[in-house]
Ligand binder design. Structure first.
Ligand SMILES: Nc1ncnc2c1ncn2[C@@H]1O[C@H](COP(=O)(O)OP(=O)(O)O)[C@@H](O)[C@H]1O
Ligand SMILES: N[C@@H](CCC(=O)OP(=O)(O)O)C(=O)O
Length: 259
């Protein structure tokens, strides 16, 4: 395992109060720094700009209007990078911010530039931290496309693994927050219509997109020959287990493994 993309959702790095969960952010930066020391190249795709902006502006509820969310994302992104920079520096790592949109995949010149920048950052041994450019793109604020952005990033750098950390153990056959009898699906060989039917929207205050966007991401990643795992971020030692190939959460197998 050489290249890993780790995507963290707002629900992972914020408290129920909406404010940043500094302990979690610190733990995350420690594990990623350690992976780097072990010789792995890790890219962090982090949501949380809107949540951090809400905290900064003393707001308890996420506003409904897109311009409000865009403004909060733009306030919160500074806060987010400040905290990441502070914690990664503690472990001797340099970070870089890249704000991207889905258009990166559609426009060849943007795609080539993004690939070149990412590869250069990785060769500097710097940790790239990616988020949607929320002030110019809005789909992600509405649909929670940071999951897709994680998959796009994995495709761009030909990652071996996309690890999606969330507030849930993986994909269940129905939303476990709504149905007590929901069962975890440990491995998905192929994303069929039956699998897609299991995914529902988020039922948390800070998350966007729920399992629906995570399955969209799984399609992009597995077709780009990258495995994807969704697992719970409550204990971040799970990251070590995942890179060692142990069974955690839900594994979506890369397409070449079943073709
Ligand atoms: N079939 C399912 N299995 C697991 N979680 C599901 C499912 N359907 C919907 N969900 C919801 O998806 C949520 C995770 O997505 P989301 O809130 O967007 O988190 P994040 O901020 O980590 O991206 C879960 O907390 C749960 O409410
Ligand atoms: N890009 C925005 C919103 C993305 C979002 O909410 O995504 P997620 O928490 O992964 O469901 C942010 O950083 O707040």
């Amino acid at each position: 395992m050489k290249r890993i993309v780790i995507k963290v959702g707002s629900s992972t790095i914020t408290h129920k109060s909406g404010l940043l969960n500094l302990k979690k952010v610190e733990e995350l930066t420690k594990v990623i720094s350690d992976l780097s020391n072990m010789g792995m190249q890790t890219i962090l795709v982090s949501s949380g700009a809107v949540a951090a902006g809400m905290g900064r502006m003393n707001m308890n509820e996420k506003p409904d209007s897109v311009p409000e969310k865009q403004a909060l994302a733009s306030i919160g992104q500074c806060e987010l990078m400040y905290i990441y920079d502070k914690f990664f520096s503690q472990f001797g790592k340099v970070v870089a911010q890249m704000l991207m949109t889905k258009r990166v995949l559609e426009v060849d010149m943007l795609r080539q530039n993004a690939i070149r920048t990412l590869n250069q950052l990785l060769s500097y041994n710097v940790v790239p931290i990616i988020n949607e450019n929320d002030s110019v793109a809005t789909e992600e604020l509405v649909y929670g496309d940071n999951d897709t952005l994680g998959a796009i990033t994995a495709e761009l750098i030909q990652a071996d693994l996309l690890l999606v950390l969330s507030d849930i153990d993986g994909l269940y056959d129905k939303n476990p927050n709504m149905h007590a009898d929901a069962k975890l699906i440990p491995v998905v060989d192929e994303i069929t219509c039956d699998i897609e039917a299991m995914a529902e929207d988020t039922s948390t205050k800070v998350g966007t997109g729920g399992m629906i966007t995570k399955l969209q991401a799984a399609k992009i990643a597995t077709e780009a020959n990258c495995d994807m795992i969704i697992c719970n971020s409550k204990d971040l030692r799970v990251i070590y287990d995942a890179v060692e190939g142990k069974q955690v959460g839900t594994l979506f197998k890369r397409r070449s493994s079943y073709e």
